[in-house]
Design a binder for this molecule. Structure first.
Ligand SMILES: Cc1cc2nc3c(=O)[nH]c(=O)nc-3n(C[C@H](O)[C@H](O)[C@H](O)COP(=O)(O)OP(=O)(O)OC[C@H]3O[C@@H](n4cnc5c(N)ncnc54)[C@H](O)[C@@H]3O)c2cc1C
Length: 313
């Protein structure tokens, strides 16, 4: 029988929705038992959120002051040790999981399966290749632990309603000292997180400047949405690169994606394939974004967006 360990992503207080999506993926492995590992400094609250996910059998809570910050070098040896007895170790294909899971795989001396988008069997999965233009069916070896990252855009979050037991664990492994936390710097915008937001408003090169981008922020705030951008807007310095959506940015699956002044290059579309409703505003009626848009508005964004915002009241 498959025994799956999911490494939880969290910020010390809140469980990231990516964990619930990994649970949904794991549930598609027929007959699997699913445990969640929370590595934290004081993770009781996060562990109880994980325990409430339907389908989780047990939550392992590894409290350790060294786990206060998500340093992959520190977390990976603990995950590798605590993975003993499991057939699969899953993490989300987010920045956190992409940082941590390859180290776990290396310590367990196996290759990593990245970006699982569908489950065909306990060792058979699908994953996207060529910027999402083709789908690869992968058969993983059955005689080794399978370390994988889960493409969170491909799975709905598992529902709550579970009541799994929380068990305190200690990996008891020496932790490396070559990597230490110095400081964290990042913009605190008060807006939803781009990767897990239900609504995203994104702007492209057409915004023309950082100043021009202000109408994107304004519309996003009206909609309670996260802000995203094309690579052209990032490269031009209108917005920081953590807002980039696409092949070399974030892969997202919001309920609503509003693409403003974005042409719809294939590398951008890779990032929004799983968005439920796509609204595009572009002055070029032939722009490729309109091929995937559910709602398209052809015209000058600097006229349409303020009108759109006004209509929202
Ligand atoms: C290896 C590789 C990886 C890449 N990764 C990514 C990625 O992760 N994400 C990504 O986004 N791109 C990525 N790109 C770049 C991608 O190919 C495109 O260059 C980029 O997405 C274009 O951004 P854009 O749509 O903002 O700009 P453009 O393609 O220049 O489009 C601007 C659009 O705005 C419209 N427009 C102009 N003025 C107005 C106006 N006033 N009102 C309304 N519409 C207007 C135009 O009609 C046009 O359609 C990658 C490229 C490569 C080679």
């Amino acid at each position: 029988m498959s025994r799956i360990l999911i490494v939880a992503e969290h910020d010390g207080a809140k469980l990231n929705p990516s964990t619930a999506k990994c649970v949904t993926c794991a549930k598609q492995v027929a007959g699997a038992s699913i445990d969640v590992l929370v590595l934290a400094a004081d993770g009781a609250s996060v562990a109880s959120q994980a325990a409430a996910l339907a389908g989780v059998g047990k939550v392992l809570l590894a409290d350790n002051p060294a786990n206060a910050e998500p340093l992959a070098a520190v977390l990976a040896p603990q995950v590798a040790k605590l993975a003993a007895g499991y057939t699969h170790v899953f993490g989300p294909s987010t920045t956190y999981g992409k940082d941590l899971m390859p180290r776990v795989a290396a310590l367990l001396e196996v290759g990593q399966l990245s970006d699982v988008m569908a489950v065909d069997g306990p060792h058979a999965f699908k994953r996207p290749i060529y910027a999402g233009n083709a789908v690869l069916s992968v058969e993983a070896p059955q005689d080794a632990v399978l370390v994988a990252t889960v493409r969170v855009a491909s799975f709905e979050a598992a529902a709550t309603g579970g009541s799994a037991a929380v068990e305190k664990v200690d990996a008891g492994v020496p932790l490396p000292t070559h990597t230490r936390f110095v400081s964290r710097s990042g913009a605190t915008t008060g807006r939803p997180d781009l990767q897990s937001a239900a609504r995203v408003v994104a702007g492209g090169r057409a915004l023309g400047s950082a100043d021009g981008f202000k109408i994107i922020y304004s519309l996003a705030d009206k909609l309670g949405a996260a802000v995203g951008a094309s690579r052209a807007a990032v490269d031009a310095g209108y917005v920081p690169n953590d807002l980039q959506v696409g092949q070399t940015g974030k892969i997202i699956a919001p309920e609503l994606y509003v693409a403003i002044g974005i042409s719809g290059a294939i590398q951008h579309m890779t990032g929004i394939k799983d968005a439920r409703t796509i609204v595009a505003i572009n002055k070029d009626g032939e722009a490729p974004i309109f091929e995937v848009a559910d709602v398209g508005l052809v015209g000058d964004l600097f006229a349409i967006v303020p009108e759109f915002e006004k209509a929202l009241g």
